[in-house]
Design a protein around this ligand. Structure first.
Ligand code: GAP
Length: 503
């Protein structure tokens, strides 16, 4: 079973140790915007590098790109974002609070699901080892009644969403008796569509043609550079273009820390394939992306696929890789088979032919696309929250441990002179000088050694190197391993290669 830490502790730890700060905090913060502190930026860079290595460095046929955040406004018309990148919003007249109508309904469904879970938990307690969950949920009258309610709500909700029936959504909220969590009343306004893109202006002339959008995804920068990269890189299909970068969405329900932000970072790859082969490639990327997540050593039961039954009009297959966050399973990455929708739309709107001449087939076609799209901040939250734990040690004391994968840890090693005298700090600084050419090193001489170990445990440093009086005589140091707390004597001249082999 996955490590489950109380979410408030995750948020507090991230702040206390300099991983994540609320943005503009001295001005009381800016909702759903966050800054990465001195340790957070290292962890984030390491995750980004790991993704880049796996996607670009490890593939002959995938290259990188860094396209601008500002793009021609017609791009967002072509992509469908101007007309359809909307959330349905509803206001409560008494509290003056604004909600996403779909989230109010999903929260209501989640409450009914909780009831099912409670029934299961009670039964599991009653029946002990003999409890068969599958049998229980398919036969227990109360569970069946709850499941029927969920199915009925789902059916109505999906119908309203697919027909863009905003009155129907409002009626569903009224029929379910959903109240505003703040005022407790059902005094709801109509439901309206709200576009999630941030608009801004370019240049000095105020007229509609100057309206630009902050990109809500990095993907469109890849599509509009398809021909540039294909031709200058002499890329042959199948091939991919990868990029990482900021994206902006005016999220209305922006909560759960860095899970849903208004400014965030994406890591996306668009893989261009021959039409007709896309479902094979979809399967390939679905598996390959999960393997990347598993490569961090987080147990497989923390991840699951969620295949989409209802597909966007341009997709012919889609799945999410979900992660077990402290608040439940939620989307971490999306893998979509997007057909030729994006390139065709940009051809149509730009008037430029975005096609590929396939020398093997002797014909031109608009390539199909498989997209892998993951949030960097969400991956940070997944890895960070899973790594954080409180351990009770053999002597009854406790320690807070951030058991990050060593390759991602902000500092790889801390160098600690046992005492602040007898030439030990000087020897320690000498060792820092050699190690830091190869890895991130922290030097610490303050407080008792036990407290220094605890500080490094809490920030995820996989190794502590201690310099003691014997070091001066035998030219060896003690290496302490973060997770096992085991210690090992290592000669200084082998320290670098020893640590690198462990990392
Ligand atoms: N180009 C496809 C695309 O953007 P998406 O499902 O909207 O698809 C992809 O976003 C990923 O970006 C999500 O799986 C999630 O990890 C991340 N993401 C989306 N919105 C986010 C937000 N408001 N805050 C943080 N991460 C977000």
């Amino acid at each position: 079973m996955a490590n489950q830490m109380d979410f408030t502790k995750v948020v507090a730890h991230a702040k206390e140790y300099g991983f994540v700060f609320p943005s503009s905090e001295i001005y009381d913060g800016l909702a759903a915007v966050y800054d990465y502190g001195q340790l957070g930026v290292e962890l984030k860079n390491n995750i980004r590098q790991s993704w880049w290595r796996a996607m670009v460095q490890m593939h002959d046929n995938i290259v990188g790109l860094d396209s601008a955040i500002f793009m021609h406004p017609r791009i967002w018309k072509a992509s469908g974002h101007v007309d359809a990148f909307n959330d349905p919003l509803i206001d409560n007249r008494d509290s003056k609070k604004r909600y996403r109508a779909d989230v109010l309904i999903e929260d209501h469904i989640a409450k009914i699901e909780d009831k099912i879970e409670k029934e299961c938990a009670k039964a599991a307690k009653r029946f002990g080892d003999a409890f068969d969950r599958q049998q229980f949920v398919s036969t227990n009258a109360r569970v069946l009644e709850c499941q029927k309610q969920i199915d009925d709500i789902h059916a109505r909700y999906a119908d309203c969403m697919s027909r863009n029936d905003l009155d129907g959504l409002r009626q569903l909220i009224l029929d379910l008796g959903i109240v505003c969590p703040v005022s407790g009343t059902r005094n709801w306004t109509d439901v309206r569509q709200f576009n999630l893109m941030f608009a801004t202006r370019m240049g000095s002339v105020i007229d509609d043609s100057d309206t630009l959008y902050l990109r809500p995804e990095t993907a469109q920068g890849i599509f509009v550079n398809f021909l540039n990269v294909q031709k200058t890189g002499r890329m042959k299909i199948p091939f991919g273009i990868a990029q990482t970068g900021k994206a902006f969405r005016n999220e209305i329900v922006a909560r759960q820390f860095i899970f849903r932000m208004r400014e965030f970072e994406q890591m996306e790859m668009q893989f261009f394939v021959r039409p007709g082969t896309e479902l094979e490639w979809f399967k390939h990327w679905k598996e390959e992306r999960l393997q990347w997540h598993l490569s961090f050593g987080i147990p497989a039961d923390c991840y699951r696929y969620h295949d989409h039954e209802k597909l966007a009009h341009y997709a012919n297959a889609a799945t999410d890789i979900e992660f077990r966050f402290p608040f439940g399973f939620k989307e971490l990455e999306g893998i979509h088979s997007r057909t030729d929708f994006d390139l065709s739309r940009h051809s149509e709107f730009s008037g430029k032919k975005l096609q590929y001449f396939d020398t093997e087939l002797g014909e031109s076609y608009t390539p199909y696309v498989i997209e892998t799209s993951i949030g960097l901040d969400r991956t940070f939250l997944a890895i960070f929250s899973h790594a954080l734990r409180e351990e009770t040690l053999d002597d009854g004391s406790t320690r807070t441990l951030l058991s990050l994968p060593p390759s991602l840890a902000p500092y790889k090693v801390a160098v600690l002179p046992l005492v602040k005298k007898d030439g030990l700090p000087e020897k320690a600084q000498e060792i820092v000088g050699t190690l830091r050419r190869e890895m991130m090193v922290q030097y610490d001489e303050k407080d008792a050694i036990g407290r220094r170990y605890r500080r490094q445990d809490a920030i995820g440093t996989p190794f502590c190197v201690t310099i003691d009086s014997e070091t001066l005589a035998d030219s060896a140091v003690t290496v302490r391993h973060r997770d096992t707390m085991q210690q090992q004597r290592v000669p200084i001249d082998q320290l670098n290669s020893y640590l690198k082999s462990q990392l």
